[in-house]
Structures are given as structure tokens and as C-alpha cells.
Design a binder for this molecule. Structure first.
Ligand code: NAD
Length: 298
């Protein structure tokens, strides 16, 4: 049995911590939200009064926090001063590459092993323990990271050294944001041309237009029953989250001197959809904007 400290028990972290407890580990859990802590206690975790208390005897510390500033603060002020040096530190939040590298460097300087390990897959995968992890860490530390992640994961791939996990996550989600807009534009054009959505899906899904946004997450209601388009674009992966990831990609591209014009256009469109009130809808609801409609109220 491993002693795990789990910090950040929100939409994603709640299910992930529960899977660690289900796997028989002792999970000391902490979140600023009393409600999230209570839920974790109901799922077999042991609520802690602070990050310091949660990490003090940990073999592994796992964090699932909103953004870079939260991760920097929690590690600098609470994890590093209180966790044993032997603890393996794994941050699963989606954050900027710079913050991931800065926290990794501080961890290393203090004698800790650290990995950035962001995830692909939403809350359903977090609950089912079927997330895909992309890991940035020292090569020698990867087997320990993979084993600590196993109860939450369907697949774990080492992307490279520190920061590479976040780089992979940002690039992957830029592909996803762009491809979803492409699929939505095609459905909007098909409609104007008098082509039935279902018919267009049948053809494109078997032609060179085939991609994940079309065949697994179709924005046009009907062809893919599990897609959020069939439930008013509720649940799924929120537009505001996609916008956050596209902003991270644009910041990274500016710093690295990469040309990502379609990524920039995707960020602009998602920012507009967010401003019009679509931030809480699944990101495939951008179809509404491209059909000339304002987002419908939830
Ligand atoms: P969330 O807002 O539901 O959860 C974050 C939790 O962190 C909250 O419960 C909050 O109270 C807690 N928190 C914030 N500061 C804290 C602190 N100092 N100490 C302890 N707890 C603190 O967010 P989420 O949807 O669970 O996402 C978490 C991360 O996972 C984000 O980086 C997000 O981009 C990423 N992600 C989310 C999804 C998704 O579908 N929701 C998918 C992949 C990746």
C-alpha cells in the first residue's frame, strides 16, 4: 500500500483520488472546498486539514489544480517545505510549460523527483480510471511515475523531460480545437447547400474528412449518440476550458517563435463564443456560432 497525498479534488481530481483509494492506497486528500473534501471522504479518502498535513508522510503527492499560479504556489509554499524528500511529486493539472519547468527545477534543487503529467479525457474518464497521461520527467523516474498513475490511467506515455508532458497536452488540444472548428464549418456549409447532416456524416466519416471531432464527438446531433451535441451541448469539455488550453498554446508559440495561425484563429473564435455566453457549453457547440446563432441558454 502506498500513502498518497491528493491535492485538488474538483471535477477531475475527485474521481482520480477515488480511484487511488479504490486501488487500496491510503489517500490523504485536501481541497479548499469543504464540499469537495466531503465527497472525497465518501469515496474512501482521508480528509486532511491542509496541504501540509496531507503531504507530511506521503510516498507520492498528486496535484490536480486549475492553472499555473495555483501549482507554483502550492508546491513552493506547502509541498516543498512539508513533504518527505523521498516523496514522488506528480502534477496532473494542465498548465503552461514555463511553470511546469520552474516547479520541476525547484523540486530538483531541493532533492525531490517531479513529473508533469497532464491528462487527456474528461470527467467520465477521470471517474472510470481511463485517462491518458502524457509525462515529462527524468527517464529514470518514469517507471515509478507510471506505477503511481496506474489506478487512474488507460495509457501513460513519457513525452520527454520536464515540461514535455505539458507541451504534448497543449499541442494535442490545439489540434482538437482546430479540427472541431473545421468539422463545424463543414456541417454549416453542408446545411446551406441543402445537404442533410446525417448524410454528410455518413460520407465524410468514410472519406478523407474523417477525424476524432467528426466520428467520436460529432457536433451535429444524431450520428454519434454519446456526443454532447445530443444533450444540448451540456457536460463534456467546456468551451472555457478549451479556450484556456488554446491560450496556453498561443503563449507557448509566441515564446518559442512558432507559427500557429490556425491555433490563433481557433482561440479567437472560442473567445468570441465564450463572450457570447457559450463558455459553459461543450466546445462542439461552436457549431451554433458558425450557423449564425447565439449560444442557447442552458
Ligand atoms: P476544478 O476547478 O473542478 O478543480 C480544481 C480544484 O482545485 C477545485 O476543487 C479547487 O477548490 C481546488 N484548489 C484550487 N486551489 C487550491 C489550493 N491552493 N489547495 C487545494 N485545492 C485547491 O477543475 P478540473 O475540471 O478538475 O480541472 C483541473 C485541471 O485539470 C485543470 O488544469 C484542467 O485544465 C485540467 N483538465 C480538465 C479536464 C476536464 O474535462 N475538466 C480535462 C483534462 C484536463
Amino acid at each position: 500500500m502506498t500513502r498518497i497525498a491528493f491535492i485538488g479534488l474538483g471535477n477531475m481530481g475527485g474521481g482520480m483520488a477515488a480511484n487511488q483509494a479504490k486501488a487500496g492506497h491510503e489517500v490523504a486528500a485536501f481541497d479548499l472546498s469543504a464540499q469537495a473534501l466531503e465527497k472525497a471522504a465518501g469515496a474512501g479518502c482521508k480528509p486532511a486539514a491542509s496541504v501540509a498535513e496531507a503531504v507530511k508522510d506521503a510516498d507520492a503527492v498528486i496535484t490536480m489544480l486549475p492553472a499555473g499560479p495555483h501549482v507554483r504556489q502550492v508546491y513552493a509554499e506547502q509541498v516543498f517545505p512539508n513533504a518527505p524528500k523521498s516523496a514522488l511529486l506528480i502534477d496532473c493539472s494542465t498548465i503552461d510549460v514555463e511553470s511546469a519547468c520552474a516547479v520541476a527545477a525547484q523540486a530538483k534543487a531541493q532533492g525531490f523527483r517531479f513529473a508533469d503529467a497532464p491528462v487527456s479525457g474528461g470527467t467520465a474518464a477521470a471517474e472510470a480510471g481511463t485517462l491518458a497521461f502524457m509525462v515529462g520527467c527524468d527517464e529514470a523516474d518514469f517507471p515509478a511515475v507510471e506505477s503511481a498513475i496506474a489506478p487512474m490511467s488507460r495509457i501513460t506515455i513519457r513525452a520527454g523531460d520536464h515540461g514535455a508532458g505539458q507541451a504534448a497536452k497543449i499541442c494535442n488540444n490545439m489540434v482538437l480545437g482546430i479540427s472541431m472548428i473545421g468539422v463545424c464549418e463543414a456541417f454549416a456549409l453542408a446545411e446551406k447547400l441543402g445537404l442533410e447532416g446525417e448524410r454528410f456524416f455518413e460520407i465524410a466519416s468514410k472519406s478523407s474528412g474523417q477525424c476524432w471531432s467528426l466520428t467520436s464527438y460529432c457536433p451535429w446531433p444524431g450520428p454519434v449518440p454519446t456526443a454532447p451535441s445530443n444533450r444540448g451541448y451540456e457536460g463534456g469539455f467546456a468551451t472555457a476550458m478549451m479556450l484556456k488550453d488554446l491560450k496556453l498554446a498561443q503563449d507557448a508559440a509566441a515564446k518559442a517563435g512558432a507559427s500557429t495561425p490556425l491555433g490563433a484563429a481557433a482561440e479567437g473564435l472560442y473567445a468570441l463564443f465564450d463572450r457570447l455566453g457559450g463558455g459553459g457549453k461543450d466546445f462542439s457547440a461552436i457549431l451554433e456560432l458558425l450557423r449564425g446563432k447565439a449560444p442557447q441558454a442552458s
